[in-house]
Design a protein around this ligand. Structure first.
Ligand code: ATP
Length: 136
């Protein structure tokens, strides 16, 4: 069986990554989801968090926000709203976004505002944990 599969990470802004990888770990709704070459076909929801993939034995990290993954035996595509390398994350901006989201949640607005604020909080939390992970 092949030792690698093609991974594409695509956002509305750009083709973030295309290349052969040995392994992939996705942030899915029910926890981390691992993908190896020869994986059965599946579509999974991607949650804000850390995606990791292995190239030439080295793990690379990307912080993604919500989206979908389509996985096949020799190919995986992640369609996500945003993707950032941990070193490109502006920590102060993520901290401000987190505070704004928490403040909005305290204000008990409409159901739509609640859902939007929860989503903004999840994005900011994913970015901040990406920054912290980078420092380890
Ligand atoms: P903000 O309120 O700070 O814009 P957001 O969660 O609403 O945060 P998104 O809509 O998810 O931002 O992203 C908009 C664009 O800004 C994307 O290109 C994303 O990669 C980038 N981005 C958002 N937050 C950060 C950050 N803290 N550091 C680096 N890039 C960021």
């Amino acid at each position: 069986m092949a030792k690698t599969f093609l991974l594409e990470i695509v956002t509305p802004e750009r083709q973030f990554f295309t290349g052969q990888v040995e392994s992939l770990i996705l942030p899915a709704s029910d926890g981390s989801y691992g993908v190896e070459p020869g994986h059965e076909p599946v579509v999974a929801a991607v949650e804000p968090g850390e995606t990791r993939y292995k190239v030439d034995g080295q793990w690379q990290s990307v912080i993604v926000t919500q989206g979908f993954a389509e996985i096949m035996s020799d190919y995986a595509v992640l369609l996500v709203s945003t993707a950032e390398r941990p070193e490109d994350i502006d920590e102060a901006r993520a901290q401000r976004a987190k505070q704004r989201a928490e403040e909005r949640l305290r204000q008990h607005g409409s159901r739509t505002e609640y859902i939007q604020s929860k989503a903004a909080l999840a994005r900011a939390t994913a970015r901040l944990s990406g920054v912290r992970h980078r420092r380890r």
